[in-house]
Write a protein that binds this ligand. Structure first.
Ligand code: NAD
Length: 455
């Protein structure tokens, strides 16, 4: 059985029957058998089903948000935002799929015609993370289903109730049972899933698990996408409005209790405004309300995974031992539940784990820099490359800096932001492949080349 616990209270809220090797294999073969008929349906039928799913999410936000908050501890307003935000992403897929996968005529001369069609991959595994199950799930299963694939969806063991709700809503919306199957369980079930003769693996999670999956799947020459972690930096130049930048970055670092793949995890500040910025930033973070995630005014909740508290404690101890100053927080809070106080460290440098390893919690390191060149060098001094950005009034200088940053997404005067219209991808330990944008629709298809000669 899989025990589901409420991270805010420690109470067990559900005991779920897990899948096992046999049921995973049965779900694979059922999907494999059903997929050709799903792919043969007109696109309009698949669009209609996903449109009904979008409408079902919209009309059930309150109940679904309560489920999400109960198992992840996500503050309730942020749960509602996520569900509503994911309907916007679904709209993008509904509007863009037909054009993205239309047959393309690329050449027609002297009796020779060349075309590209987009064929579904077949049965794909969608192994998902818990921190934004609606976002990271729908980035994969919505375009995968629209393009004619069957999806075996393995939600995180920390967001399984939400995964089951998603499955029920999809089925009620007209997606056949075997075309979208939910697999219940932890990493062992994810591991069983990728042993099946599937046609693609779309994974969202940590670098460590991504590496394990790549090792298993690599030799089989499958389509493999890995959306992994980050250590996302922002540089604050000397010309900013300090209060505005501090408020925006405090939100970027602490939203979802710092558990976002694109949370701001490192801040570099020009030395002329360093102390003023730190003061403004600490004031912002100290003003965030922490507590019961079901309360409307709560901004910081518990940590979804208890072991992450040990990581945060180690990062604080390591930084302080090496000379960092603790300006706020820095401690685990007593049970019930899994809590860590919002933490601001200054006088940090790259010898410290807090500036190198993903923290994935409500903690930030702020480092002073003498100039733009050093800021760029430090921002790129990482094995990750998900997002990075700069705050400045000078657009030309911003462009100059952003063009040098080694990251999948770059930001000017904003952060912790994802758009369905733009590709979402990482460099280095942040992963391979992409979701979102029209590329994130095509990626669920295999381009097929047609060479057509008239007699
Ligand atoms: P995780 O790697 O612990 O787990 C992710 C999923 O993999 C879960 O469903 C888990 O059950 C499964 N899994 C575990 N071991 C497996 C195995 N051996 N084989 C197959 N599946 C296995 O990650 P998490 O704690 O759920 O998520 C947090 C991480 O995800 C962070 O690093 C975060 O940055 C990253 N993330 C990245 C993005 C992105 O878009 N790049 C988005 C959200 C989260």
């Amino acid at each position: 059985m899989l025990s589901v616990r409420n991270p805010a209270t420690g109470a067990t809220i559900a005991e779920l029957r897990q899948d096992d090797a046999q049921s995973v294999s049965e779900k694979y073969f059922a999907a494999h058998t059903a997929q050709p008929a799903w792919a043969a349906q007109p696109l309009s039928a698949r669009l209609d089903a996903l449109r009904r799913f979008r409408d079902a999410l919209t009309s059930d936000v309150e109940r679904l948000a309560a489920v999400l908050t109960s198992e992840t501890g996500k503050p309730i307003r942020q749960s509602r935002n996520e569900i509503k935000g994911s309907t916007g992403r679904i709209d993008f897929f509904l509007e863009s799929t037909e054009k993205a996968i239309a047959v393309r005529d690329v050449h027609n001369a002297a009796g020779m015609r060349e075309q590209i069609s987009h064929e579904p991959l077949g049965v794909v595994a969608n192994i998902s993370a818990w921190n934004y199950p609606y976002f990271v799930g729908s980035n994969v299963f919505v375009p995968a289903l629209l393009t004619g694939n069957a999806v075996l969806y393995k939600p995180s063991e920390f967001a399984t109730l939400t995964g089951i709700e998603i499955g029920k809503l999809l089925h009620r919306s007209g997606i056949p049972q075997h075309i979208f199957a939910v697999l219940v369980g932890d990493g062992a079930i994810g591991s069983e899933l990728i042993k099946q003769p599937i046609d693609g693996v779309f994974f969202t999670g940590s670098y460590a698990t991504g590496q394990r999956i790549a090792r298993e799947v690599g030799p089989r020459m499958l389509k493999l996408q890995l959306e992994l972690g980050g250590k996302d930096p922002i540089y604050v130049r000397e010309d900013v409005d300090i209060a505005v930048a501090a408020a925006s970055l405090a939100d970027g670092a602490m939203y979802n209790t710092g558990q976002s793949c694109c949370s701001v995890e490192r801040i570099y500040v020009h030395q002329t405004i360093y102390e003023d910025f730190v003061r403004a930033f600490v004031k912002e973070v100290a003003g965030f309300k922490r507590g019961d995630p079901t309360a409307d005014d709560t901004y910081i909740g518990p940590l979804t995974r208890a072991p992450q508290i040990d990581v945060l404690e180690r990062q604080v101890a390591d930084a302080v031992a090496k000379g960092a100053k603790l300006r706020l927080g820095g401690t685990r809070l007593p049970p019930p539940g899994q809590w860590f106080s919002p933490t601001v460290l200054t006088d940090v440098d790259h010898s410290m784990d807090v500036m190198r390893e993903e923290s994935f919690g409500p903690i930030i390191g702020i480092q002073e820099v003498p100039n733009d060149e050093e800021a760029v060098r430090l921002m790129n001094d990482t094995e990750y490359g998900l997002t990075a950005g700069v705050y400045t009034k000078d657009q030309q200088q911003a462009n100059q800096i952003l063009s040098q940053l080694r990251a999948g997404s770059v930001y000017w005067n904003c952060c912790d932001r994802v758009s369905p219209r733009l590709p979402w991808s990482g460099i280095g330990h942040s992963g391979v492949g992409l979701t979102l944008s029209t590329y994130g629709i095509e990626t669920f298809t295999r381009p097929k080349a047609w060479h057509l000669k008239s007699a």
